[in-house]
Design a protein around this ligand. Structure first.
Ligand SMILES: [Fe+2]
Length: 310
């Protein structure tokens, strides 16, 4: 099956270097209907399922995700909650774990490699199911990311991957903490954003680490894929070293000002340090603060927070 409908040479030139949108036909697999998604949710391991809502209390981090307990609900109830409530469901690595989805992921990346000649490795794909009111906060991804929008309408804001929007020290802490990808955000940053209204069947990709946020306009189903390239692995190992230098020795480094030999040495050191896991910053505990309740007005009931254990 051909995944892309209108890929041109221009798309090949743009891919990874700038923002690109192109049509795809993932909906035709039949794997993203509500019925198929309910079956997927029922069989997906709970450790790899995130059901979140948005908080409103952090000024520089608007719409920060809160983690929810979904264990009282089956897949059908979760779909119902996503349609009517204020939730965002990430079926993490669904495209890798389940054979029928994995076959599609292999097709997607097979076609990209064939067209662009760019090999990718470690491609991971997740399925996102989200409410009309859902918003994804301002953040950046550590590896190359593609959003394959399938159903509904969503607006994505993409910002330049520069110091102004993504300072090195913020990126360094993202790299070392591994889980927390949010970045401080103020509304005036939107003046520099490029805004895209995604229709069903549109794929969008952007430059490595470009910060972005998403506002849903309706109930939405999408796939998000990420993969490493030499470029992202190189940058992340350097940023890891810079973060350790800054935390342990107070040495501040700037990615943009480092010479190539310096980058190679830091990259080597970073891969080594990561293996040694010198950085034992454990800010990463995930607290569950609400549960999905199908009898509540927006399907959300606040609970006494507890560390996630499912
Ligand atoms: Fe993202």
């Amino acid at each position: 099956m051909n995944i892309f409908k209108n890929w041109t040479d221009e798309h090949t030139k743009t891919f990874g270097n700038d923002i690109l949108t192109v049509s795809h036909n993932l909906a035709e697999t039949g794997l993203f209907t509500d019925e198929a998604l309910a079956i997927l949710l029922d069989k997906h391991p709970s450790q790899k399922l995130d059901v979140c809502t948005m908080s409103h209390d952090k000024k520089l981090y608007p719409n920060k995700f809160r983690t929810g307990d979904f264990r009282d609900c089956d897949g059908k109830a979760l779909i119902e909650a996503a349609k009517a409530g204020k939730i965002w469901i990430n079926v993490r690595e669904a495209m890798n774990i389940h054979p029928e989805y994995k076959a599609v992921l292999d097709n997607m990346y097979g076609e990209i490699a064939l067209i662009t000649g760019q090999p990718s490795f470690n491609a991971r794909g997740s399925v996102l199911i989200s409410s009309p009111a859902a918003k994804v906060p301002f953040h950046c991804d550590q590896t190359e990311t593609i959003l394959w929008h399938i159903r509904g309408k969503k607006r994505i804001y993409l910002y330049p991957p520069t110091q102004e929007f993504l300072p090195d020290n913020v990126y360094q802490s993202i790299i070392t903490q591994d889980r927390e990808d949010d970045i401080p955000y103020t509304e005036d940053m939107d003046k520099s954003a490029r805004i895209f209204d995604l229709a069903p069947g549109e794929m969008i990709s952007w430059q490595l680490n470009a910060p972005h946020r998403v506002d849903n306009q309706s109930y939405c189903v999408s796939v998000t894929t990420e993969y490493s390239t030499k470029e992202s692995a190189f940058k992340n190992s350097i940023m890891y070293t810079d973060s350790i230098l800054s935390q342990k020795f107070g040495i501040k480094s700037k990615w943009s000002e480092a010479s190539l030999p310096e980058k190679y040495i830091k990259s080597f050191a970073g891969r080594l340090l990561r293996k040694l896991n010198l950085n034992q910053n454990d800010n990463g505990q995930d607290f569950v603060t609400f549960k999905i309740d199908t009898s509540a007005p927006d399907y959300i009931v606040d609970i006494e927070p507890f560390p996630r254990n499912f």
